[in-house]
Design a protein around this ligand. Structure first.
Ligand SMILES: Nc1ncnc2c1ncn2[C@@H]1O[C@H](COP(=O)(O)OP(=O)(O)OP(=O)(O)O)[C@@H](O)[C@H]1O
Ligand SMILES: O=C(O)[C@H](O)COP(=O)(O)O
Length: 400
């Protein structure tokens, strides 16, 4: 495969309109960005292009809007955080295509930075619709993809545009691929993966391949509830995708065939309300009341997870073990993260973690800097780990 072009290949770009795909899908609480890591990671690309005199036009998605525009998923909410990280003013257009985008671009001066509204407000984005991609392309002369964490999506702004405009990898895209190759290209065994979080339906399929590559798969969060339910355990009102029971069963069969241990929680911290400080108790995983939710894995499970981390030479982690944003349901994630950081510091563990909320959880635990590498990518990172070719990366290699 031909090497992709990078910003090093973009020299004389004064006055050029550069469409830069970034990932601004950041954690937000009460309208405020709670973790700016993804913004910090794309800042070097934005500033470099702006300093070279380009008109920098940012394309991004935010959340998963179902029926067109919705105010709570407007990228305008993210602007203060982007301006703070860049220490520059950021202009905004209320649509990523059509008159609002064209007019805002036409008014730009060299070096200006403009953020276009959530690309997913148009259903055509996720369909990689050619006509929609052309509308996006109309506002640019050059396309730069700096969103490694969205590169597993073959959408108009992540893949399609590279077929319409001269395409380049941004600094973060480049750095993520290099760092993952260095850390996990040929991982030393045993390899232990921890997968938790809430995005069960979009991540469960990739576990089928992951179990063929790792020695143990530790499952927490909403993902664990889905596996427990598939095994016949009552999970009460927990976050769980019951219709994925067959997929979970097949993954457990594949794991047994591949010699990969599946580690499910033995106990859980339950509550009846999803809020900080909610009344909670630890119960055995076989004794979850029907009216309760498991919001974290329990202390016995934490000990078991630490033992698996202790046996590992390489640790791959995506998805928090519990609802870490609300105390005390952050306990398992924090304990496991601190232990992984300790093992990394002693030099016996290579630890690589990824995901928007996972990075936020590691920051919350105060150990993000102690991991070998922290990727901004969650789903994309797991797919890369599976050995899949990510569409947003592949197209950069083949683009003219
Ligand atoms: N038991 C649970 N019940 C409810 N929510 C949970 C539970 N465990 C974890 N979560 C939630 O999972 C969310 C994170 O999941 P997610 O799969 O999005 O991870 P991620 O690291 O952001 O990966 P990606 O970058 O792919 O989105 C957090 O908001 C957390 O509260
Ligand atoms: O948060 C992520 O992992 C990326 O921004 C991709 O988001 P998606 O899973 O909604 O496509």
């Amino acid at each position: 495969m031909a090497a992709f072009k990078t910003l090093d290949n973009l020299t004389d770009i004064t006055g050029k309109r550069v469409l830069v795909r970034v990932d601004l899908n950041v954690p937000v609480k009460d309208g405020k960005v709670t973790d700016a890591t993804r913004i910090e990671r794309v800042a070097p690309t934005i500033l470099e292009l702006s300093d070279k005199g380009a008109k920098v036009i940012l394309l991004a998605h935010f959340g998963r809007p179902k029926d067109g525009p919705s105010p709570d998923l407007s990228l305008s909410l993210i602007i203060p955080a982007v301006e703070k990280v860049l220490d520059r003013a950021v202009l905004f257009a209320s649509d990523c295509v059509g008159a609002p985008a064209a007019e805002a671009v036409a008014k730009m001066n060299n070096g200006d930075i403009l953020l276009l509204e959530n690309t997913r407000f148009h259903k055509e984005e996720e369909k990689n619709d050619a006509a929609f991609t052309e509308k996006l392309a109309a506002n640019g002369d050059i396309y730069v993809n700096d969103a490694f964490s969205a590169a597993h999506r073959a959408h108009s702004s992540t893949e399609g545009l590279a077929n319409h405009l001269p395409a380049y990898a941004g600094r973060t895209m480049q750095a993520e691929l290099e760092a993952l190759e260095r850390g996990l290209g040929n991982p030393a065994r045993p390899v232990v993966a921890i997968v938790g979080g809430a995005k069960v339906s979009t991540k469960i399929d990739l576990l089928m391949n992951l179990v063929k590559k790792v020695d143990a798969l530790v499952i927490g969060g909403g993902m664990a509830n889905t596996f427990l339910a598939a095994r016949g355990t009552n999970v009460g009102k927990s976050l769980c995708e019951h219709d994925l029971a067959d997929t979970a069963k097949q993954i457990m069969i594949e794991a047994a065939t591949s010699g990969c241990a599946i580690v499910l929680p033995e106990d859980g911290v339950i509550a009846r309300e999803f809020k900080a400080g909610a009344d909670n108790e630890v119960v055995s995983i076989d004794a979850i009341p029907t009216d309760a939710m498991v919001l974290d894995v329990g202390p016995k499970s934490v000990e078991a997870i630490k033992a698996w981390i202790g046996r590992a030479t390489t640790l791959v982690w995506n998805g928090p073990l519990g609802a870490f944003e609300i105390t005390p349901f952050d306990a398992a994630t924090v304990a496991a993260a601190k232990y992984a950081a300790e093992c990394t510091e002693t030099g016996k563990l290579t630890s690589v973690a990824g995901g928007g909320d996972t990075v936020s959880a590691l920051n919350h635990a105060g150990v993000a800097d102690d991991f070998t590498y922290v990727s901004t990518a969650g789903g994309a990172f797991l797919e890369w780990m599976e050995g899949k070719v990510l569409p947003g990366v592949a197209v950069l290699h083949t683009a003219k």
